[in-house]
Ligand binder design. Sequence first.
Ligand SMILES: [Zn+2]
Length: 50
Amino acid sequence: MSKESEFCKCQSNKGVHAVEGEFGYWLYCTECHRKIEDEFHYYNEPDDIY
Ligand SMILES: [Zn+2]
């Protein structure tokens, strides 16, 4: 019940960095080094975040 969140809970992210996985990449917070929730990007989907 009191499981620690695996996702970033920072209110204002100073930055993110991408960590590549098998099917795509996660964006990780550069502050707490946790995943940004809902920020998984598939390689075969066009994305314009940069
Ligand atoms: Zn964070």
